[in-house]
Structures are given as C-alpha cells and as structure tokens.
Design a protein around this ligand. Structure first.
Ligand code: UD1
Ligand code: CA
Length: 463
C-alpha cells in the first residue's frame, strides 16, 4: 500500500478578506474552512496530515488542537505556495508515498474527488497530478497551458498574456505529488514573476523539463474547487452549502416553508415531519426531533429538541435541552444549561438559565428562572423572579413537584419551596416553604373605609 500524506496550505494572510480572523477559521454554515478541508482529507486515511500555518499561526494551531498524526509547520515569512509546501519537509523527509496537497481556502472538495485524484495519479505513474476544472469566469485562477493535449505549465492571472487569459481550464490548487522527487524539485522554483513569490504551480514546468510524468484530473463539478478569497466569495459558497443542506433536509422529510430564508448549519439534524418557517436559524450541533414546528425568527444553538415540540416566534435557545411535546415562546429565551422536561410550557417573555423545568411544568408569562430546579407539574406564575445572584455569588432555587408559585413572587435564593406548596401572589420569599404549606411573604392588606371621601372634603375646605 502506498501511504498518503496530506499537506494543507493555510499560512496566507487572506488579505482580500480584510479580517483580523485568519481566513481558514472563517465558518461556512457553522464549520471553519480548515475543518471542512480536514474532514474531506480524512476520507483518504492519511498516514500524516500537515497544516502549514503562518499568519496568526498561534490562533490556527489553537483551533486545530492536538490530534494523532496531525502536524503543523510554520511558514514565516510567507513567500508563496511553493515555499509553503517546502516547510513540510521536516515532517515528510524520511517518509514515502503520495502527497495530496490541499488549500485551506478550498472547502467544498469531496472525498470522492480526492479518491479519484489519487487513483488517476497512481494509474499514470505521475510525479505530479493537478486537479483542474473548466469554469465560465477563470479570472484570478492559474490557467492550464497544454501542448498536444498534455499539460506543460500553469500561468498565474497576473503573469498571463491576453491569449492565456482566455483559457478557461484552471488550476484548482489541489495536487497529488510523488514524495520522492518533491522537495528537491521545490528548491528549484524561482520567484521571477509578477508577485515575486515562489509559485508551487511552477513545479509542473520543472517536472516537464525533467521529463517526468505530469497529468491532470479534471473535476466535473467546478463548484467543488471554489476557492474563498473575499467576503463575497465566502457568502456565495455559504449559499451553495446552505442550499445543499436544505435539499438534504427536505429529502429526509422536513418541510421548509421557504428554503431561501432557512439557515441550518451543516452539523444540525432534523427529524421528519418537522415544519420550519422562514427566518429560522438552527446552529452548531443542534438536534431537532420529528413533527416539531419552528416558527419564524427563532434561533436554536447547540441544543437538543425532542419530538412534537412547538417553538413559537422569536425564541432564542442556546446550549439547552427541550423534552418531547413542549411549547416554547413566543419571545422566550432559553440560556445555557436549561433542561425542560416533556410536555412543559414556557411562554412569552420568560427567560431560563441553568434551570431544570420538570415534566408538565409551566412558566407561561414574564418570568426569570435562573439556577433553579422546578419540579414536575409545578406552575410558575406571571412575573416570578428568582433572585439567584447576591452581588457576589449565585444560589439555587428549588421548587418541588406540583407546587404553585403565585404571580409576581420573588424567590430569594437559596430557597426551597416544597412539593405541592403554594406561594401567595406578590410574595418576597426569603425562607423555605414546607411541602403542602402556603407561604405568604407580603404585608397584610388593610382597607381604610371612607378615606377617599374624607380626603376630598379636606382638599375642598382648603380652597
Ligand atoms: C493559487 C494558485 C492558482 C490556483 C488557485 C486556486 C499559486 C501561485 N497559485 O492561487 O494557480 O488557480 O490557488 O485556488 O499557487 N499560502 C501559504 N503561504 C503562502 C501563500 C499562500 O500557505 O506563502 C496558502 C494560502 O493561505 C492559501 C493557499 O496557499 O490557503 C493558496 O494561496 P492564495 O494566495 O489564495 O493563492 P491563489 O492566488 O488563490
Ligand atoms: Ca486562493
């Protein structure tokens, strides 16, 4: 077996992005460019994977983390793609096999294309195989120059003659190389071109002059090799990925009322018969069950939603879990650590944070429940507030099962309301309420008979 070594170029500044964030860390539908490339590359079962970093190297390295057989090498300064690949020599010098060179900014390559590339490369017994594509607008790409059908060299946009610029077959920036002659040949690349950079595509001309075999693999779907150099290209490619995801969801039985305005990240799963209305955002590692209804303006991030859940308009759900058959919103805010049991109700202008709401419990209007545990079937009245923060520390509020907290109560944590207990409306609860008890924490009402009449007489007599 011939081993595969992946090298991903990701050292460039990405000048045209005009961003403080390294280009390869920009996400498309929730997944960073570099992670998309790594994911496709992993299908080849590589022996090693090397990422060439440079601009904001520490940030890219931090993002990549530590993984077995994943290496990073630093290219400093960044003198071009040929110079970039040369930096991988310390990792690859005592190895053999095939190098598959990928670009950190070409995120849509499929495993099938990479497999086809490797196969074509091996069949041709080539020193280099270039992935090419034919595109309607080749502007900005390196053009493939052929003689008698064979690739002889690649010329960059800025160095191309007007006639060469007419060529629509372009270099994708993806290649397979035989490792044996590679690094010596790379040292032969010069920088006599419009950008004064060491161009990796120059290797094609060098190999041809040395009489080595260079071949091409023409990718049928040119969209796959779309490179991202600007925000505008980022948006175009994101749109393609998003539409693909929406098609996938619809094919799996999800109704999208308006796919054009439905934003679902690549890592999201949605069950069949769920209906998603326009302007919904499902992000990160979100799982939505089947037969749910998600109304307009709702955003769900890294959360798990059970079957038959209704999320009404303009609700925001982050790092939370919602049980089957619940109804949430409109205008509900479920912040991190919220866990809602089955068949529970969370109504308008209710905010939950780090709070468990038991099966069948209700908080239907205008409440803040933070750092709380609410037992099953309990009812939290309108305007209930947990005072979970004393200015320095957070404290928990515990409400038992089947309890009833009257409207406009303030529950000053730490405090416990027992099972089946009642809290009178308007109470400031500072002490525990035992199970089955009624807690009243407010001044007793007093009515002063005839007070208004006497007041009016006083005012009149002063005139
Ligand atoms: C490159 C190719 C071009 C091809 C196009 C496909 C060269 C000279 N040109 O052009 O033929 O059509 O890709 O998308 O290779 N990088 C480094 N270090 C450097 C320079 C670049 O790591 O010193 C990395 C970048 O971060 C990027 C990749 O290499 O991930 C490609 O560089 P970029 O500047 O985008 O090359 P293009 O102009 O797109
Ligand atoms: Ca590029």
């Amino acid at each position: 077996m011939n081993s595969i070594h992946i090298v991903i170029l990701a050292a460039g500044k990405g000048t045209r992005m005009r961003s403080a964030r390294p280009k390869v860390l920009h996400p498309i539908c929730g997944v960073a460019l570099i992670d998309r490339v790594l994911e496709a590359a992993s299908a080849l079962g590589p022996e090693t994977t090397t990422v060439v970093v440079g601009h904001e190297a520490a940030r890219v390295r931090h993002h990549l983390g530590e993984k077995p057989q994943l290496f990073t090498v630093v290219q400093e300064p960044q003198l071009g793609t040929g110079h970039a690949l040369l930096q991988a020599e310390p990792v690859l010098k005592d190895r053999s096999g095939t190098v598959v060179l990928l670009s950190g900014d070409v995120p849509l390559l499929t495993p099938a294309t990479l497999q086809a590339l490797v196969q074509a490369h091996h069949q041709a017994g080539a020193a280099a195989t270039v992935v090419t594509a034919t595109v309607p607008r080749p502007f900005g790409y390196g053009r493939v120059i052929r003689k008698e059908g064979e690739i002889v060299r690649i010329v960059e946009e800025r160095d191309a003659s007007p006639a060469e610029r007419e060529i629509r077959e372009i270099n994708s920036g993806i290649y397979a190389f035989d490792l044996a002659p590679l690094f010596e040949a790379l040292r032969g690349i010069g920088a006599a071109n419009a950008q004064g950079e060491y161009y990796l595509p120059d290797l094609v001309g060098i190999y041809r002059r040395q009489g080595r075999i260079v071949t091409t693999w023409h990718v049928p779907n040119a969209n796959e090799i779309r490179g991202i150099n600007s925000r505008s290209e980022l948006a175009e490619v994101s749109e393609m990925v998003r539409q693909g995801k929406n098609e996938e969801l619809m094919a799996a039985g999800v109704t999208l009322v308006d796919p054009a305005t439905t934003y679902v990240d690549s890592g999201v799963e949605v069950g069949p018969d769920t209906v998603i209305h326009p302007g919904v955002y499902l992000e990160g590692s979100t799982h939505i069950g089947s037969a749910c209804e998600i109304h307009s303006g709702t955003r769900v991030v890294n959360s798990t939603v059970g079957d038959r859940v209704t999320l009404l308009n303009h609700s925001v759900v982050t790092d939370s879990t919602i049980g089957a058959g619940c109804s949430v919103g409109p205008f509900a805010h479920l912040r991190p650590g919220t866990v809602i049991g089955a068949e529970a109700r969370v109504g308008n202008f209710v905010e939950l944070k780090n709070t468990a709401l038991g099966d069948g419990a209700k908080a239907n209007h205008l409440a803040y429940l933070g750092d709380a545990t609410i037992g099953e079937r309990s009812n939290i009245g309108a305007g209930t507030i947990t005072c979970n923060y004393d200015g320095a520390r957070k404290h928990r509020t515990v409400v038992g099962k089947g309890a009833f907290v009257g409207s406009n109560s303030t529950l000053v944590a730490p405090v416990t309301i027992g099972d089946n207990a009642y809290v009178a409306a308007g109470s400031a609860v500072t002490q525990d309420v035992p199970a089955d008890a009624l807690g009243i924490g407010r001044a007793r009402q007093e009515n002063k008979a005839g007070w208004v009449t006497r007041r009016k007489e006083e005012v009149n007599s002063e005139k």
